[in-house]
Ligand binder design. Structure first.
Ligand code: MTE
Ligand code: MO
Length: 500
């Protein structure tokens, strides 16, 4: 019973936290802040899994985890109350303090946001006291033990019900108040950028059933970042500060950025934590301003070799200046497939650099550029055990076939990528037999992935199919299997099939 009281008090506290955080208009309430703190504190040894954690479906799981831990702590605190109300009060104070620290260590947070966890702690203590007082009053009424217990239960159920309904109303109100995301979404849909929906170049998509479409729709484009809830930045509030080893510091507004003129570029983006055969890779047409133009405007000083970019939520990455200025389509992008960037993909402005993994190049919600030297900083993932440099490794993936198929003609097909070098060939072999050359689709430039297919006359039995890609410099992909840490997985992809 005491534990249930503790859990109810915690729920009431969370509801109040939600409403206060909603009105204060921050990006994340205390629960999300604690979740992001957990991600940040994850040590380098498990950093690889941390990338997975912040991948897709695992994010809600982390939030649920934080909630479960909180409610369990609440139950423990509830059990403490009869022995020592002071200790129980201290318990909620500690939880509130964790929330305060988590919130205030989030980049871009404001001190007032600490009010949310403080109000939550105070509410929890108050509810704990009230529920206990009610049940104590009930049990001290005159009458038989059975009556007292009955009344006790009734009073308690009533009070508990009130707390739950009250929490739901207050929490719902908080959600309504926290409509910052809605505001940003409407600013996004109100934009009319000079961009058009992309048209897939002729011959780029082979249309093989089961192969990833050449143009990845924004809705299914993989998402990787350390933000539990995406930074909410309206174009009118956005600016980029360019500073460090430059001749002139520049601060650029969204309007001014658009004024530079947009170019379009097909670029395949992939994640360093994509395992062989994995799906953390996508291809689209980006629209933006060449990064080189802005660096030239600022005037890069002699001796600088890196661009340290920082997002609105404090994530950082270091990109070689040589790659940003060699003429490739390295963009400060504002649109993806002819639409303003989705909030999850970096709205209003992000970077895209052909040939580099996202963790060293593709800063979303970018707001700050420091021109500097690799020797003088270490960026977010570098601090967690990943390589400071992240050129994309030549890779391919077998999308079909897997599983059971009848004997006879069978299409083996997939995608291959070696951004900015380009793909020269893809070969396939069955049961480690001779390599056979696959047919490649046409692509507009060396920065995108390439679809490939090979017709196999499948014979009965269990088979393994391997594939390997060769880049346009004639360099085949590495055969040796390597894990994703520290600079990307290697090895041939393999498909297993049963024919018969
Ligand atoms: N602000 C910010 N930008 C970021 C990241 C991040 O955690 N925060 N992750 C990077 C990584 S590891 C990758 S692979 C790409 C993924 O971009 P996408 O989510 O649009 O596919 O974003 C990069 N940009
Ligand atoms: Mo990544």
């Amino acid at each position: 019973m005491n534990k249930v009281v503790g859990v109810l008090a915690t729920i009431a506290g969370l509801a109040v936290a939600e409403v206060v955080a909603g009105f204060l208009g921050g990006r994340a309430g205390p629960v999300l802040a604690v979740g992001e703190w957990v991600i940040e504190l994850t040590p380098g040894s498990v950093a690889e899994r941390a990338i997975g954690v912040v991948g897709r479906a695992d994010k809600p799981l982390l939030v649920v985890g934080v909630l479960v831990v909180l409610l369990a702590a609440g139950a423990g605190i509830g059990a403490l109350w009869p022995r020592s109300p002071a200790l129980a009060g201290a318990g909620f104070a500690v939880l509130a303090a964790v929330g305060v620290v988590a919130l205030l260590t989030r980049p871009g947070s404001r001190p007032v946001q600490a009010l949310a966890p403080v109000a939550a702690g105070a509410t929890a203590v108050l509810v704990l006291r009230l529920l206990h007082r009610a049940s104590a009053a009930a049990t001290s009424l005159p009458g038989s033990a059975v009556d007292a217990a009955g009344l006790d239960r009734r009073t308690f159920l009533r009070d508990a019900g009130l707390v739950l309904v009250g929490s739901a109303v207050v929490g719902g109100f908080g959600r309504w108040a926290g409509r910052a995301r809605g505001l940003v979404e409407s600013a996004r849909s109100g934009l009319s950028l000079p961009v058009r929906r992309a048209v897939v170049p002729a011959g780029a998509d082979l249309g093989v059933d089961g192969v990833a479409p050449w143009l990845t729709p924004a809705k299914v484009f993989y998402r990787i970042d350390t933000a539990l809830s995406p930074p909410l930045v309206e174009p009118d509030d956005w600016s980029l500060r360019i500073h460090g080893m430059v001749d002139h510091e520049i601060t650029l507004t969204y309007e001014e950025l658009l004024g530079r003129g947009l170019v379009d570029a097909w670029v395949t983006l992939c994640c360093v934590s994509n395992p062989v055969g994995g799906e953390l890779v996508g291809n689209t047409r980006w629209s933006g301003v060449p990064i080189k133009d802005l660096l030239d405007e600022a005037g890069v000083r002699h001796g600088a070799d890196a661009l340290l970019s920082r997002s609105h939520d404090g994530w950082t990455c270091g990109t070689p200046l040589s790659v940003l200025t060699d003429g490739r389509d390295a963009l400060l992008a504002v649109a993806m497939d002819g639409e303003p960037l989705p909030v999850d993909h970096g709205f209003p402005v992000r970077q895209v650099v052909p040939g580099l993994y996202g963790y060293v190049s593709a800063t979303k919600w970018v707001v700050d550029w420091e021109v500097t030297r690799f020797a003088d900083f270490s960026a977010y993932w570098t601090e967690r055990g990943w390589s400071p440099r992240g050129p994309v490794k030549t890779q391919c993936r077998i999308d079909v076939p897997y599983g059971d198929h009848p004997a006879g003609p069978l299409t083996v097909a997939g995608v291959a990528w070696a951004q900015h070098r380009g793909i020269e060939a893809v070969e396939v072999r069955v049961d480690e037999g001779p390599w056979q050359r696959a047919r490649l689709a046409a692509v507009p430039n060396p920065d995108t992935w390439v679809q490939w297919e090979w017709e196999w006359d499948a014979t009965r039995g269990d088979h393994v199919i391997d594939a390997r890609a060769t880049d346009a410099a004639g360099e085949p992909q590495t055969k040796e299997r390597a894990d994703v840490v520290p600079d990307g997985a290697t090895g041939y992809p393999r498909a297993q099939v049963h024919i018969g």
